[in-house]
Design a protein around this ligand. Structure first.
Ligand code: NAD
Length: 281
């Protein structure tokens, strides 16, 4: 279990904003070296500078973690600078709303690449490093309550977050089966929290640009964006989740549920599965 953070290295994706920035800040308070990756180079630079000013060793890497070669290079760069990776936080992510028959399929591809394949690429590179180190290490995959429960209007986000939960659960099983017992694993499943997530369009990579697609003028899209902004702005504060998440890492808690009040829904979902009942709004 990763209990001593001082002098260890955290590799954090999506570190320029929201959860990623908050986790990087907490890791720096705990004396960790930081390898921070984000597609938004300008904001990442600001975060890196402010954390460096507090005395942390910070490596800022601008890059799109939905691309395997970018992740490969970032991991190599971090290893060259720090020589070890002890905490991997897979945080980078986006949201996009809209039902599956109107949402352009390339947006489903974008979200799967950003929210899921990014986690695949980092774990593929970092788990062998952690195994070789043989010292306590931990992986935190940021999923969402949307990876455990569904609501209308977000099939792309749900698909990506259910995948992130499944990827985390199955990797935990594989680590155990392979006897890689120095690597802990958690999946973080928060409800709505005040971040910049509703500005995900600003992080759309070039290969998924399609500005003339009429979908982005539709009410489905515009209403979805408005609704998401409201949900995020009225969510919990980010400060409320940081300590519980680091406590969970220290305690090797697998499912990190920082919101209370979902017990009824989670039990109802399990019962619906057993009963074969279709979900209903
Ligand atoms: N805010 C919430 O209510 C909430 C709830 C549950 C889960 N989450 C998850 O938390 C994670 C972080 O989101 P947030 O809420 O802090 O939002 P945010 O927009 O504030 O931060 C996300 C960061 O990820 C970066 N990013 C996006 N795509 C990237 C890419 N391809 N490569 C590299 N960096 C990329 C962005 O530039 C941004 O800095 C996401 O996975 C999100 O799905 C958020």
């Amino acid at each position: 279990m990763l209990k001593k953070f001082k002098g260890k290295t955290a590799f954090i994706t999506g570190a320029a904003s929201g959860f990623g920035k908050a986790f990087a800040t907490e890791a720096s308070h705990r004396g960790m070296n930081l390898a921070l990756v984000d597609i938004d180079g300008k904001r990442l630079k600001e975060v890196a500078e402010s954390l460096s000013n507090t005395g942390a060793e910070v490596l800022a890497i601008t890059g799109d973690v939905s691309l395997q070669n970018v992740v490969d290079d970032a991991v190599k760069t971090a290893m060259t600078k720090f020589g070890q990776i002890d905490l991997l936080i897979n945080d980078a992510g986006i949201v996009i709303e809209g039902n599956v028959w109107e949402l352009p399929p390339h947006d489903m591809q974008w979200i799967l690449d950003a929210n899921v394949m990014s986690q695949v690429y980092t774990m593929h590179d970092v788990i062998p490093i952690m195994q070789k180190q043989g010292t306590p290490a931990h992986i935190l995959n940021v999923a969402s309550m949307a990876g455990l429960l569904t609501i209308p209007g977000m099939p792309a986000y749900h698909t990506s977050k259910f995948a992130a939960v499944g990827l985390s659960e199955s990797t935990a099983l594989d680590l155990e089966t392979a006897g890689i017992d120095n690597v802990g694993m958690s999946v973080f499943t928060p409800g709505f929290v005040q971040t910049d997530l509703y500005h995900s369009q600003n992080h759309r990579p070039e290969r998924f640009q399609d500005p003339d697609n009429p979908y982005y003028q539709s009410n489905t899209y515009k209403d979805g964006e408005k609704w998401m902004k409201k949900c995020i702005e009225t969510g919990h504060t980010i400060a409320s989740v940081v300590k519980p998440v680091f406590d969970a890492i220290e305690n090797d808690t697998f499912y990190i549920l920082t919101d209370s009040g979902y017990e009824g829904e989670l039990n109802a979902r399990a019962q619906r599965i057993l009963d074969g009942t279709r979900p209903s709004v």
